[in-house]
Ligand binder design. Structure first.
Ligand code: COA
Length: 345
């Protein structure tokens, strides 16, 4: 892309959504057959009933490309108009080339610049912040942000503390330049990192496509997690970050139409909902069917909320991500779609 530095003042707009879930459904019953756990334990401690796994030949880029195409179809935007593709992911196809470059090529976004972003489960909202900055600085007009993960390939399927949680999928959004007079767009971000908790959630390897042939990463290269410590961090940071944003905007939870948080554990979301006073109908939860898909979880949830009629044009959203790093990232944004087409299925 060639940055247009002469652009007039404009606001970044959340203009389209799209998601993709791989076909293979893995139920709690299937996990019960491999490790010492029960469907009841998993459902009551996490809210998860089933999750999706990528096909053996399916990679992070493959899933991201499908989600990206759905975002563009939803917006009615030709891929040639995309200036930048950002793929937040913890499981890139390789350290280089960037998965985003593969996605840009796959969807025909010939003039787009492309890079990956590493902020674990906070990655999608971090990437939205970058997209906003690029658009509002006049560096880009249309930025595609696509979170995509093949966590099943880097999960130790004999570790009952993690194999119940992590799953695969992709979801994306188009951030586009809106007229400053008429666009609300992204009102605020709250981003943070606390590396003192770096060892509480660790993934030593990425999503190398050769791992599929090898049946996944070796156990000592898979996700390691101090579950209770991450749980304490997540419940604290979700409340604090959301409250900081709302206070900074002189807004209350009553001004928010829908809260879409990182889908890690229903108990984390329920705790935050209670502390922040979020009524159940304004908290979106798709954990039951999709588990924790890291950087893909918020955009998958957004696309599903839209398709389920829970997210309408003009709605004010509160997005909250948290995860490895430890990191967190939240935003308040009005959903201002270009198109109405529903693309999830
Ligand atoms: N099935 C049955 N028992 C299990 C189990 C499973 N799948 N996983 C752990 N247990 C056991 C533990 O061994 C422990 O047994 P013990 O008391 O005999 O030692 C007991 O359950 C309680 O373990 P604990 O780890 O304290 O459980 P928990 O209530 O904290 O739930 C998690 C475990 C992983 C579900 C929870 O800590 C969690 O969700 N943490 C946050 C994880 C997360 O969101 N990570 C990603 C953030 S992006």
């Amino acid at each position: 892309m060639t940055p247009d530095r002469s652009a007039p003042r404009r606001r970044a707009r959340l203009a389209a959504l799209g998601g993709y879930a791989p076909a293979r459904v893995v139920t709690n019953a299937e996990i019960e057959r491999r490790v010492d756990t029960t469907d009841e334990w998993i459902r009551t401690r996490t809210g998860i009933r089933e999750r999706r796994y990528a096909a053996p030949d399916e990679t992070t880029a493959d899933m991201a490309a499908v989600a990206a195409e759905r975002v563009l179809a939803s917006a009615g935007l030709p891929s040639a108009e995309v200036d930048m593709v950002i793929v937040p992911t913890a499981t890139p196809d390789a350290l280089f080339p960037a998965t985003a470059a593969i996605v840009a090529d796959r969807i025909g976004a010939r003039r787009a610049a492309a890079y990956d972003l590493s902020a674990a489960c906070s990655g999608f909202v971090y990437a939205l912040a970058q997209a906003t900055a690029l658009v509002e600085a006049g560096m880009a007009g249309n930025v595609l942000v696509v979170g995509s993960e093949v966590l099943s390939r880097v999960t130790d399927h004999d570790d009952r503390a993690t194999c119940i949680l992590f799953a695969d999928g992709a979801g994306g959004a188009l951030v586009t330049a809106g007229d400053a007079e008429t666009t609300t767009g992204f009102l605020a971000f709250d981003l943070g990192a606390d590396g003192s908790g770096a060892d509480q959630l660790v993934l030593p390897v990425g999503g190398d496509r050769r791992l599929a042939a090898a049946g996944g990463a070796p156990a000592d290269a898979c996700i390691r997690m101090d579950g209770p410590a991450v749980f304490r961090f997540a419940t604290r940071v979700m409340v604090e970050s959301a409250q900081r944003l709302l206070d900074g905007l002189s807004m209350g939870i009553a001004d928010i139409d829908l809260v879409v948080a990182h889908q890690a554990n229903s108990r984390i979301m329920d705790h935050a909902a209670e502390r922040l006073g979020i009524p159940p109908e304004r908290l979106f939860n798709n954990l039951e069917l999709f588990g924790n898909t890291s950087s893909a979880s918020i955009p998958m949830a957004l696309a599903q909320a839209r398709d389920a009629g829970r997210l309408s044009p003009g709605d004010m959203l509160l997005l909250v991500g948290f995860g490895g790093g430890l990191t967190w990232a939240s935003s308040v944004v009005r959903y201002e779609p270009l198109g109405e087409e529903h693309q999830w299925a």
